[in-house]
Design a protein around this ligand. Structure first.
Ligand SMILES: *Cc1c(COP(=O)(O)O)cnc(C)c1O
Length: 635
C-alpha cells in the first residue's frame, strides 16, 4: 500500500475491527485515539492516551493494566437486564440470579467491585476453595446473593460454609464427588445448621472449544445418573431430602456455538425435572459458565469468537428451560449462571510502550556479480534477477535451496564471511520481492501465503507475555491488539510483537482477523519525538492470576479508573507492580541477606584495592536502586 495514501478513522476501524470486538465500550475518536465509552455518549467518553499521560504524570511507569469500573458495572447490568427481559418476554415465573466465579479474576479490587455493582441484582459468587470462599465472604454484604461452593471440600471448607449459613448467607454446597455428602451431613448435624445441597451433574452433551473438557461423560467433576440416585437415597434415609435445592453443571468455558449451549440446557432441565419428581424441593437451576466473548469480533463459532449475543444467550436459555418444565408442570426455578469471562473480560486493558523496532528492510544488491565469486552466489543472484509473477513459487524454492547450500559451504570452510553475507543480502532482497509480488497473484500458493511474517518488523515492547497475557502464549488465544493513538495515520509497517523476556516464545505473531487470524499486525513507524503505545484489550478474564514470573518480570502497575460522566476520569485505586526485591522474595531470596552479601563483596573489593570506599558507596546505591525498582524497562 502506498504510504501517502489518505488514511482516516474508518480505515483504522476496519483494519483493527474495533467496532466488531469493542462492543459498545471501545471506539475511535475523531482525533484518532481509542476511546473508552461505557455509556455510548461521546461527551462522557475518555481517550486512553489521555489516561496514559495522566498516569505517567502521577509517576506510574508502563506497562500498566487499566481497569474500568464503569465497564464492569455496565456488563453486570447487561447480563442481568438481558435475563430480566427474556424472563418478562417469555412469561417465565422464576427469576435470574448470577454468581461470579472468583477464579476468573480473584484480585481483591475486582471481587470488591463485583460485590458492589452486583448488589442491586443479588449477583453472588462461585468459589472452588477455602481461600476463595473467605475472599468472597469478606467482600459480600448482600445475604440474598447466592454463594456456590464447588470443588473438593474438606471438613474445614465445610465448616466455613456452614458458619456462613449461620451468618445468614444463601450458600450452597455442590456435591462434586459422592463421598462429600456424608461429611457435609455429619458436620451440619454437629454444628446444628441446615445445609443447602446442590448436585453437580455430568451431562452427555459436550461443546466444542478450547476449554470445554469439563463436559461429557469423562469429565472429572460431577455425578453420573446412578450416583445422583445414590445421593437422593442417602439424603432420604437420613431424612434430609428437603436440603436438596439446587442442580448444577458446567460445560466448560468460552463455548462459541449457541447450539451446544441449548442442547445442554435441554438435557440438564430434564434431569432437574426428574429430581423434582423424586421429591426434592429444588428451586435453583445453575447452568454454569461458558458464555463466550467475541475476541476477534467475527461473530462466528470460531474458538476465539461467539455466534450469539448475550441477549440471544438469555432468551435461548429461558425458552429451553421453560419448554422442558412446562411439559411436566414443574414450577419454574431461579435460573443461575456462573458467567465469569463474559463479566470481566472487557473490564481490563493492558497498555505498554514500544522500546525499539528491528526493521527488515530489503537490501540493495549489485546488478552484476564479480565473476570470480563462487558459483552458488551466481546461482542465487540469477534467481533474484529472473523473478517474475509466473515463476514466483519456483524462485522461492530456489533461493531456499541456495541459502541452505551457502550455509553448508560456509560451515565446511568453502565460503568466507563476506561471501555468506552477500548471499544473505541477495536472499532477503528476493524474499521481499516474493512477498510483494505474491499479492498480485489470483491464487496464492499455500507456501507463500504466510510469508509476510518472515519479513515483518519486530516491535520490541515493554511487557512480558508470560505475566500479562499467558493464554496468548500457552494456548494461542487471540486478543484484540492495536495502537491506542495515531489512528488517522497510515500504519505502514507490518509487524510482529516481541516482549522483553529473553525467551524465543516471548512474542505475538498471531492476531485477530474477521477470518481466522492474521500473522502480522500493521503498526505505525515509531518516531523519536513521542512514545508509541499499544493496547491489548479484553484481558480482564483469567490472565491476571494465570500469569507467571518468567525471567522474574513481576506484576504490572494497575490503575482503576472511573469515568465521571463529564469527559473526565478519576483514578480510584492504584496498585504498584512488583519491585525487583518483591519478585526475588517470591523465589525465596531474602532481600536483607542479599544486601548484606553485596556489602561484604563490596568491602572485599575495597580491601583488594579494586575500588575506593567512595566508589563502594556508589555501587551499593546502584544495587539499592535496582532492588527497589520496577521489574520492567524504566525510562
Ligand atoms: C471456570 C468456571 C466457570 C467460569 O466459566 P466462564 O466460561 O468464565 O464463564 C464457571 N463455573 C465453574 C464451575 C467453573 O469451573
Amino acid at each position: 500500500m502506498d504510504i501517502l495514501e489518505r488514511w482516516d478513522k474508518e480505515k483504522s476501524e476496519d483494519l483493527y475491527g474495533i467496532n466488531n470486538w469493542g462492543k459498545k465500550y471501545f471506539s475511535i475518536s475523531k482525533k484518532g485515539d481509542v476511546l473508552i465509552n461505557p455509556t455510548q455518549n461521546e461527551e462522557q467518553a475518555v481517550s486512553l492516551i489521555d489516561i496514559v499521560s495522566g498516569i505517567k504524570d502521577r509517576g506510574l511507569e508502563m506497562p500498566v493494566l487499566l481497569r474500568f469500573e464503569n465497564i464492569l458495572d455496565e456488563q453486570i447490568s447487561y447480563i442481568n437486564e438481558s435475563f430480566r427481559n427474556a424472563i418478562n418476554d417469555l412469561d417465565y415465573k422464576g427469576t435470574y440470579q448470577g454468581v461470579y466465579p472468583i477464579k476468573v479474576n480473584q484480585q481483591q479490587q475486582v471481587v470488591k467491585e463485583v460485590a458492589k455493582f452486583g448488589k442491586r441484582y443479588h449477583h453472588g459468587f462461585e468459589v472452588g476453595s477455602k481461600a476463595e470462599l473467605l475472599a468472597a465472604l469478606s467482600e459480600m454484604t448482600d445475604r440474598k446473593a447466592c454463594l456456590v461452593c464447588n470443588g473438593y471440600k474438606d471438613e474445614e471448607f465445610i465448616d466455613l460454609g456452614l458458619n456462613a449459613i449461620k451468618l445468614g448467607f444463601t450458600l450452597f454446597f455442590v456435591i462434586e464427588i459422592p463421598g462429600e455428602l456424608e461429611i457435609i451431613l455429619d458436620r451440619a448435624e454437629k454444628l446444628k445448621v441446615k445445609p443447602n445441597i446442590g448436585v453437580r451433574i455430568k451431562l452427555a452433551s459436550k461443546a466444542s472449544g478450547h476449554w470445554t473438557e469439563s463436559g461429557g461423560d469423562r469429565s472429572i467433576f460431577g455425578l453420573n445418573m446412578s450416583q445422583i440416585i445414590e445421593v437422593i437415597e442417602k439424603l432420604r434415609s437420613r431424612g434430609m431430602l428437603d436440603t436438596l435445592k439446587m442442580m448444577h453443571y458446567h460445560l466448560g468455558s468460552q463455548i462459541p456455538n449457541i447450539r451446544d449451549i441449548r442442547k445442554a440446557v435441554y438435557e440438564a432441565t430434564r434431569v432437574y425435572v426428574e429430581l423434582v419428581k423424586e421429591g426434592a424441593p429444588m428451586g435453583y437451576l445453575d447452568l454454569g459458565g461458558g458464555l463466550a466473548v467475541d475476541y476477534d469480533g467475527s461473530n462466528t463459532n470460531y474458538i476465539n469468537s461467539s455466534n450469539y449475543s448475550i441477549e440471544e444467550y438469555c432468551v435461548d436459555i429461558v425458552e429451553a428451560v421453560k419448554t422442558v418444565l412446562d411439559i411436566s408442570n414443574v414450577p419454574h426455578p431461579v435460573i443461575m449462571t456462573e458467567s465469569g469471562r463474559a463479566l470481566v473480560a472487557y473490564y481490563s486493558v493492558l497498555i505498554f510502550n514500544v522500546l525499539d523496532v528491528a526493521i527488515f528492510e530489503s537490501y540493495d544488491i549489485p546488478d552484476v556479480l564479480d565473476p570470480s565469486l563462487p558459483e552458488v552466489l551466481h546461482n542465487i543472484h540469477e534467481a533474484n534477477k529472473t523473478i517474475n509473477l509466473k515463476n514466483l513459487q519456483e524462485c522461492y524454492n530456489d533461493i531456499l535451496y541456495y541459502r541452505d547450500k551457502v550455509r553448508d559451504m560456509f560451515n565446511n570452510g568453502d565460503l568466507s564471511l563476506r561471501e555468506r553475507a552477500l548471499a544473505e543480502k541477495i536472499f532477503w532482497n528476493t524474499m521481499h520481492q516474493v512477498v510483494k509480488k505474491k499479492d498480485l497473484l489470483k491464487f496464492v500458493p499455500s507456501d507463500l501465503e504466510k510469508l509476510e511474517n518472515i519479513i515483518a518488523d519486530i516491535y520490541y515492547c515493554n511487557f512480558s507475555i508470560f505475566q500479562s497475557i499467558p493464554d496468548c502464549w500457552a494456548i494461542d488465544q487471540l486478543f484484540p491488539i492495536m495502537p491506542i493513538h495515531r489512528l488517522l495515520e497510515h500504519p505502514s509497517r507490518n509487524s510482529i510483537i516481541a516482549d522483553i523476556t529473553c525467551d524465543c516464545d516471548g512474542k505475538i505473531d498471531k492476531f485477530i482477523d474477521i477470518r481466522e487470524m492474521k500473522h502480522t499486525l500493521p503498526l505505525h513507524p515509531i518516531n523519536e519525538a513521542e512514545d508509541y503505545y499499544i493496547g491489548v484489550f479484553l484481558v480482564g478474564a483469567y490472565q491476571e492470576t494465570l500469569g507467571d514470573l518468567h525471567n522474574l518480570f513481576g506484576d504490572t502497575n494497575v490503575a482503576s479508573v472511573r469515568l465521571t460522566g463529564d469527559g473526565k476520569y478519576d483514578i480510584t485505586n492504584e496498585v504498584l507492580g512488583d519491585s525487583v526485591d518483591d519478585v526475588l522474595s517470591y523465589v525465596e531470596y531474602d532481600s536483607k541477606s542479599m544486601r548484606k552479601k553485596f556489602r561484604i563483596k563490596a568491602e572485599q573489593a575495597v580491601k583488594d584495592g579494586l575500588i575506593t570506599p567512595a566508589e563502594r558507596k556508589e555501587i551499593l546505591q546502584v544495587i539499592e536502586n535496582g532492588l527497589q525498582g520496577y521489574t520492567y524497562y524504566e525510562r
